[in-house]
Design a protein around this ligand. Structure first.
Ligand SMILES: [Zn+2]
Length: 409
């Protein structure tokens, strides 16, 4: 892995694939841009698109992690009928994408956003989920803020179902953008409740456009951040907090495990986590719904909120926790992945310590996004039909399955 937090440099005669690998490693290794298997990247010639395969990880991707696709074939994918039956629509979309592969024998499945990459005429396209950018994309004022900060130069796309619907929407928006601005394509696209797309004909353009977007939003956010935006944080005092953590960790491990499915549990009580679990607005923020598809994939749509009560005996605490998990499980048909304990911290579970840590990192990122979005106006949580689409989407369960397999290796 050639990951580094310093921006890569490029030779004049370096191959496009070598540049793409450096860009992918650079953004993929930086948790401020990408977590776990999120994000994707591509480069293209007139007739050929090379795009990240679903299940590859940007941070350590190699040339074999990219799928080669016929661009004309991929373009025709957009003519897929927008059938009212979502399952059928998504199935047709999946097979149409697979049919555009140059080497189907390799058995790769291209990123579900390959049709979107293909639409953008720039040589390189980088798609990430930067925390800073998502404070804008997950804000009710996302479009207004994009206009305020970047004028008409950048493109804003409100949240729509990823995959086919998103690519079709982008196709229309790009035509309007070109008609309005006279430019063939924007340097960057902000996608509601999702992330950032950067276009560039050279790898240096990708670095420069990304930095400009991220820095502009960061400065704007810093000017608006106030120390006490969430009021006084009510947390359990140090020693008690330590005892509670040591009592609850093994308890949750037992209660979240099933006979055939033992779980690992991770914990976080960083200042960012406490803004959620120890503030007056935290419970409401957490209950509003997920912010992005990645949050649903790694943390499920909703966390369990558990209220600690002063004076609880260990037995009472254990019983109440067990009941809360039972109720959650009856409602959702699965056990919680994220358990928020008031005044204490965030617990996450997973099939391995790696996946419990991934869920913790992804949820903590969502908390930072919520905090920023609230300071920019208000949070835009995903609507019920939006998160239900992701919960049932075959493309995401495929990605999750690959992630779990690579964890257990
Ligand atoms: Zn994405």
């Amino acid at each position: 892995m050639t990951s580094t937090l310093l921006p890569p440099t490029f030779d004049d005669n370096e191959s496009p694939m070598s540049c793409l690998l450096k860009l992918s490693h650079y953004y993929g290794a930086n948790p401020d841009y990408v977590l776990a298997g999120g994000g994707n990247s591509s480069c293209k010639t007139e007739n050929l698109l090379q795009v990240k395969a679903s299940g590859s990880t940007l941070a350590n991707i190699t040339e074999e992690g990219f799928v080669e696709l016929n661009r004309a074939g991929l373009r025709s994918v957009l003519d897929c009928e927008t059938n009212s039956d979502v399952t059928l629509r998504e199935q047709r979309f999946k097979y149409a994408i697979l049919a555009a592969r140059l080497y189907p024998d390799k058995g790769q499945r291209p990123s579900v956003e390959c049709a979107l990459h293909n639409l953008l005429p720039s040589r390189f396209v980088m798609h990430t989920h930067p925390t800073i950018v998502n404070t804008v994309t997950c804000s009710e004022k996302g479009e207004e803020l994009t206009r305020h900060l970047f004028g008409e130069e950048l493109l804003w796309i409100p949240y729509v179902d990823p995959g086919l619907v998103l690519a079709q929407r982008l196709d229309n928006e790009l035509k309007q953008y070109t008609a309005q601005t006279g430019n063939a394509l924007p340097p960057a696209i902000l996608m509601g409740n999702h992330g950032l797309i950067i276009c560039g004909d050279t790898p240096v353009e990708i670095l420069e456009h990304t930095k400009r977007v991220v820095d502009t939003i960061r400065f704007y956010l810093e000017e608006r951040q106030s120390e006490n935006a969430f009021g006084e944080l009510i947390q359990w005092p140090g020693e008690l907090s330590r005892q509670l953590r040591h009592f609850l960790t093994p308890l949750l491990k037992t209660q979240l495990s099933a006979d055939d499915n033992p779980k690992a549990v991770a914990f976080d009580a960083s200042p960012e986590a406490l803004v959620l679990v120890a503030s007056a607005t935290g419970k409401e923020m957490a209950a509003g719904g997920p912010l992005t598809p990645d949050q649903i994939v790694y943390c499920k749509s909703f966390p369990l909120w558990f209220e600690l009560q002063p004076g609880d005996s260990p037995e009472q605490l254990e019983n109440r926790l067990s009941k809360a998990i039972e109720q959650y499980t009856a409602e959702w048909q699965y056990k919680p992945v994220v358990v928020l304990v008031s005044g204490l911290g965030i617990f996450t579970s997973g099939d391995s310590m790696t996946s419990a840590n991934t869920a913790r990192d992804v949820y903590l990122d969502a908390v930072k996004v919520m905090t920023g979005a609230l300071q920019l106006g208000d949070i835009r949580h995903m609507a019920r039909n939006e998160y239900q689409f992701i919960e049932h989407w075959e493309a995401e369960s495929y990605r999750r399955k690959l992630a779990q397999n690579s964890d257990s290796q």
